[in-house]
Design a protein around this ligand. Structure first.
Ligand code: ATP
Length: 306
């Protein structure tokens, strides 16, 4: 059976990208994962996943980076549909279309976003009404960043990043510089481990100054507290990112940092006007492939009206 119980012909879910305003990384654990204190912030850069009943599971993707997105069962959107259908004992007979705006392998959790979006879209199409806590469990099974994509806003992630505590956040303005090519998150963590060899790594902890700045909406205070422990590793693998960071700061960004595992770089700006200027200067600098202006916080995965 198809499991399509709601009678809807298709469901579209919009889902945001994230930037980590703090990413504190602990030493490698025995299971290879790292304990993290990870402050996620959802930004207004969105993918849209549309799910439509079909004969069998199929994934398509559109957008400038579409050719880099796997269309097989390794796509997190496909895996989300499979896991949800398996729980109900039916086949995931759907066509998943991803309209992709989030940079691929860019450190902005694009694949995770699509996983959360597909889960919510399929749950809605199939009329399952799965409890929020169960959806979050499935998200955690899909990947460490997936629960936050469902929830959005701002949150502290602990454990591998999947245990979430919502945080209050004022409004902030951002520019993102998209780099040529991606960076593999596991490769960046391996480089972190290599650079950390022989050094004592402190237990990762959320910064009270940063969470207070986030809540206050004070861009100067947030700029002074932004921190990404993966940045040296990302810069070691992609030294050219230092030029992008410098170009944005010179153009008036209050702070610049690598987004998550990179190679997308993030620039915190005072207001939308300043963000427009920083984006134009970055585009003219020749140090990145594209620029995107966004605001935070953005809502998590949301079903769009049909
Ligand atoms: P994160 O910030 O969570 O570490 P990322 O933003 O760096 O992730 P993604 O865009 O999620 O990276 O892509 C990482 C890899 O995941 C891709 O290279 C691709 O092989 C795979 N992938 C699986 N599903 C998707 C998807 N729906 N969209 C993009 N990539 C996907």
């Amino acid at each position: 059976m198809s499991g399509a119980a709601s009678g809807a012909r298709s469901v579209t879910v919009r889902v945001p990208a994230k930037v980590n305003v703090q990413l504190a990384v602990g030493a490698a654990r025995a299971d290879g994962f790292h304990d993290l204190a990870n402050v996620f912030l959802a930004v207004s850069l969105y993918d849209e996943v549309t799910v439509t009943p079909a004969d069998a599971l199929r994934v398509t993707c559109s957008g400038p980076d579409a050719d880099q997105v796997p269309l097989d069962r390794t796509n997190l959107a496909a895996r989300a549909a499979e896991i949800l259908a398996a729980r109900g004992g039916f086949a995931p007979a759907v066509h998943l279309h991803i309209a992709k705006s989030i940079p691929v392998a860019g450190g902005m959790a694009g694949g995770s976003a699509d996983g959360a979006a597909a889960l919510l879209a399929c749950d809605t199409l199939w009329g399952l009404g799965t409890a929020r806590a169960e959806l979050l469990d499935i998200c955690a099974e899909l990947g460490s960043d997936v629960p936050f994509s469902l929830v959005g806003g701002a949150a502290l992630g602990t454990g591998r990043g999947e245990v979430l505590t919502p945080l209050p956040a004022g409004e902030f303005h951002w520019v993102f510089a998209v780099a040529d090519g991606g960076l593999s998150t596991p490769a960046v963590f391996r480089e972190f481990d290599r650079l950390a060899e022989g050094r004592a790594i402190p237990v990762p902890q959320a910064s009270p100054a940063l969470t207070a700045a986030l809540a206050s909406g004070d861009a100067d205070a947030l700029a002074a507290t932004l921190a990404n422990d993966l940045q040296p590793a990302a810069l070691s693998l992609r030294p050219g990112l230092a030029d992008t960071l410098a170009a944005g700061t010179e153009a008036g960004a209050l702070a610049a940092l690598v987004s998550g595992s990179g190679p997308t770089t993030a620039f915190l700006c005072r207001d939308p006007e300043s963000a427009g200027k920083v984006a134009a200067a970055l585009a003219a600098s020749g140090t990145c492939r594209a620029t995107r202006v966004a605001a935070s916080p953005a809502p998590g995965a949301t079903v769009l009206p049909s």
